[in-house]
Design a protein. Sequence first.
Length: 259
Amino acid sequence: MRTFDLSASWLPRAFRVLAALALALAVWAPGLAVAAVDDDVDVALSVASLLRSARTVISTNQDRINDPKLGDKGLSGDVVVRMAVEANVKSGGLDPQKIDPASRQGQLLSAMISAIKEVMTANQKIINEPGVGFKGFVPAVFGRLVTEQFRSEVGAKANIKVTAPPELVRNRKAAPDEFETRVIKSKFQSPNWPTGKVYSEKTTEKGRPATRVLVPEYYGVGCLSCHGNPKGAIDITGYPKEGANLNDLGGVISISLFH
């Protein structure tokens, strides 16, 4: 089992805080910048970092996506990938184009890029529909679709999903499994657990040996319009608000690398 305090600037492999990921509508977590190495945890974190950068692109473009007067939003798969890679590099993450495409890390990052493109291409009609305001294409939905597509891209090599504490899960597909629930409750929700510390463990998933890496994420200011107070009030997506406060644990990116 390994844990990392991502708030420490002196950490090896260049972990740094990605403050930009606290932008509207996307839960934030201290940064996932990692060096180009083949360590299981670092490979997993590099994939999570690229996913979060792409999700932030969707977050920062919510007003554009939901503009009923605008048709083509200019958010093709290629454009979103380019913006995500630029944001990832700017925040200290990796440029996938500089990673050996034959390496495991290169293959997984390539699969994440492919998944982002596929999701954006498949949803162009929704995103670009004129005369419609709120499209429902929010970062959480985008993240779920991308992780589902990613799993189909990588087959048996890896698994990734965005989950949350059981009481906060809105989509049953994202419900944490037994391992994730245990870590969330015993680690991430513990008052003694440092904010942003990643948890990893060599264990199994569905009977297969795997390195499992869990990354906690926290509610940013923009998240509270849907997840904040008053608790129980219906948000724009049609769900009751959770009554969350700023910096509460809001989600977990769970990555498994199979051996």
